[in-house]
Design a protein around this ligand. Structure first.
Ligand SMILES: Nc1ncnc2c1ncn2[C@@H]1O[C@H](COP(=O)(O)OP(=O)(O)OP(=O)(O)O)[C@@H](O)[C@H]1O
Ligand SMILES: [Mg+2]
Length: 324
């Protein structure tokens, strides 16, 4: 109604979204009436169309070697997504070595939660190198980031914020979002507790690799890995490391991360599976010679035993063409 619209104008002016140089600014005609209807009635879920069985199936088929990630992501989402009145937003933090599937899993999650997937105007992807490049502008970034999140949560409570490459984030920057991660924020009918946050970083990767290696040396199954041990050592590693994005962070201190998700280093047979996936996505047969050759072309660590891929599956897609 006209009255509602008039009443909202001051709020609009307060949202300095354009000051943040994000690719998706202004996409999707943000200030439509439907968006306001969403945030005030709490009934509409914007672009949120979760298909958790689709996600579960896709993860089971395509994600290799990451039983913990698969279980934790599904567990977190199942409990949260169908809850219309969650107590706090859902906060994931993905940790692990390069090429182990962190970005991949986050894109699958987005694909199965939002109708328009990564194109959804309710999915916000932050990359420190792109969005927060200059250390001397950190105070400005803090303001921008806070306003950006607040503005977008006002627009739609069912928003997802993805912070990739947390380890490149300036120490202290991420703590401005602490108020949005806790339980207390319901302002003007906006339910800040319906949001999803995903942090991604390599921090903790060495610890995860070392534990997985120890297990392998003890001839134990990697699925026997103790999540509790991993969790404690990842938390310690990120909290103590100035290059983790979570250095001395209140997010860790206040235990605002609901699911700490470790990604284990990948072995050669996992890499082979990635090669088969890549061949299939190109419409090709899983030729065993190609699979073998690509997997053997990748470096493995540690030096003596050569158990885990140094680059996970990251270079598989670019290597495959050389072996066809
Ligand atoms: N566990 C996995 N299962 C299946 N495919 C994988 C897995 N890990 C990586 N891949 C493949 O390798 C590509 C690169 O992985 P991804 O970008 O997710 O790595 P990452 O963990 O985000 O690494 P980085 O820390 O360097 O960003 C993916 O797009 C996917 O095709
Ligand atoms: Mg990544």
């Amino acid at each position: 109604s006209a009255m509602t619209r008039g009443g909202l104008l001051p709020a609009l002016v307060l949202l300095p979204l354009l000051s943040l140089p994000l690719g998706r600014v202004g996409a999707g005609a943000p200030w439509e009436q439907s968006a306001w209807h969403c945030s005030f009635s709490g009934a509409c879920e914007c672009d949120f169309r979760p298909d958790l069985s689709g996600l579960e199936c896709d993860l089971a088929i395509n994600l290799v070697g990451q039983h913990l990630a698969r279980e934790l992501v599904m567990k977190g989402l199942k409990a949260f997504v169908h809850n219309h009145n969650p107590e706090k937003p859902l906060v994931f933090s993905f940790h692990g070595w390069t090429g182990t599937g962190k970005t991949y899993v986050s894109s699958l999650v987005i694909h199965y939660l939002f109708h328009s997937g990564s194109h959804s105007s309710y999915v916000h992807h932050f990359s420190p190198v792109l969005h927060f490049p200059h250390a001397e502008q950190i105070e400005q970034y803090k303001d921008n980031l806070k306003n950006w999140i607040q503005g977008n949560l006002t627009r739609c409570g069912r928003s997802l914020f993805l912070f990739d490459e947390m380890d490149k984030m300036h120490p202290g920057l991420i703590d401005v979002i602490i108020p949005f991660l806790g339980p207390s924020w319901v302002v003007f009918g906006t339910n800040y507790r319906k949001a999803i946050f995903i942090f991604i970083s390599n921090a903790g990767g060495e610890q995860i690799n070392q534990m997985t290696l120890n297990l392998w040396r003890a001839r134990k199954d990697r699925e026997e890995i103790s999540f509790k041990d991993l969790e404690a050592s990842i938390l310690e590693a990120v909290f103590e490391n100035p290059q983790s994005g979570f250095w001395k962070s209140g997010i860790i201190e206040q235990q605002l991360i609901d699911y700490l998700v470790p990604f284990l280093p990948l072995k050669q047979h996992h890499v082979k599976q990635c090669v088969r996936n890549e061949l299939a996505s190109r419409g090709l047969q899983p030729q065993p010679e190609v699979v073998q050759a690509v997997a053997e072309s990748i470096p493995y660590f540690p030096e003596e035993e050569k158990v885990f891929s140094l680059t996970g599956c990251k270079t598989v897609a670019s290597r495959v063409p050389f072996f066809l």
